[in-house]
Design a protein around this ligand. Structure first.
Ligand code: G
Ligand code: G
Ligand code: G
Ligand code: MN
Ligand code: NA
Length: 259
């Protein structure tokens, strides 16, 4: 069977699993939030999202997969709250999930449906972060801004993922309703190459902080990189230096120890 057929089956059989990559406070090393990353194990083998997400996007399956991820994440938020660890979880959102006005409205409405299904009275929307990419903002649709504003009005946080890759326009930072940026790993990787890359990070951070945007550094792997982040007052760190993406049970064990 081809990958698309297998994906469809995986969705029907609930074969996807959420992994969690903890994000820590640079100073204390404590877990302060996490990014949710989808995992698919087929016949004992992990198939990378880099491989299956594009196929899901091209076939439209990404809409159902995205909804399934939101449902599972929101259920996890409710569980974590009940355990006394209210913590923000970040969900990756594909540009394809916002392809049309219709899909955008469906996306917005899904939260209410999911909450109804969860049977909770007051869902803590502020614990959901949606990671979007610049390719979405490039569409520059007035309706998109309206949708992002609607999500933010409920309390949902919007994060600009992979910042610095692609067509980074600094004007996105000022003109779009976002709450935080994630500095892409490629920037962190190139720090070792010299002063120019350090200057870029300094400028991005200064601008972000001036605009009241939170900054997370992604892909921090070494102590030296961590030091640069701390020197630049970047408080939130995600990377293998601290944690890789881990299954939910392992994530919960860490939180229980930290509580
Ligand atoms: O850990 P990693 O190899 O999972 O992630 C690879 C890529 O897949 C990343 O760019 C990440 O944003 C994307 N990705 C992971 N999980 C999801 C998901 O649930 N939805 C979408 N749209 N992308 C995801
Ligand atoms: O966790 P990490 O970012 O290293 O994973 C990179 C990619 O390798 C992921 O997209 C995932 O699909 C794949 N992968 C293969 N084996 C594993 C595994 O045991 N755990 C995790 N988290 N990912 C795996
Ligand atoms: O959504 P985004 O494209 O930002 O996905 C984050 C990706 O970065 C995931 O695939 C995650 O596994 C990966 N990642 C997170 N931290 C590190 C790191 O320190 N090193 C490497 N190589 N990959 C990382
Ligand atoms: Mn991401
Ligand atoms: Na990223």
């Amino acid at each position: 069977a081809n990958l698309h057929t297998l994906l469809k089956q995986a969705l029907e059989q609930n074969a996807f699993e959420l992994y969690f990559q903890p994000i820590v406070d640079a100073t204390t090393g404590l877990i302060v939030r996490a990014e949710v990353l989808l995992r698919w194990q087929h016949e004992g083998q992990f198939i990378s999202p880099d491989e299956f997400i594009p196929i899901a996007e091209n076939s439209g399956l990404i809409v159902s997969i995205g909804r399934c991820v939101r449902q599972a994440v929101m259920q996890t938020i409710v569980e974590m709250q009940a355990l006394g660890w209210p913590m923000s979880l970040a969900i990756n959102v594909s540009t394809f999930e916002f392809w049309s006005h219709e899909l955008q409205d469906e996306f917005c409405d899904s939260f209410t449906d999911i909450i109804e299904g969860l049977g909770v009275e007051d869902f803590p929307y502020e614990l959901i972060t949606l990671e979007i990419t610049e390719s979405l903002l490039m569409k520059k649709h007035a309706h998109l801004i309206q949708v992002l504003n609607e999500l933010r009005a409920r309390g949902i946080k919007i994060s600009l993922d992979d910042f610095g890759t692609g067509y980074s326009s600094l004007s996105y930072l000022a003109n779009f309703p976002i709450d935080q940026i994630k500095i892409d790993k490629s920037f962190i990787d190139r720090l070792a190459e010299g002063e120019r890359h350090l200057a870029l990070i300094e400028a991005i951070v200064r601008l972000s902080h001036a605009l009241n945007l939170r900054v997370t550094a992604e892909g921090v792997e070494t102590q030296e990189q961590l030091q640069v982040m701390m020197d630049n007052h970047i408080q939130e760190i995600q990377g293998y230096l601290f944690y890789k993406p881990i299954p939910k049970a392992v994530f919960f064990e860490l939180l229980a120890k930290q509580a």
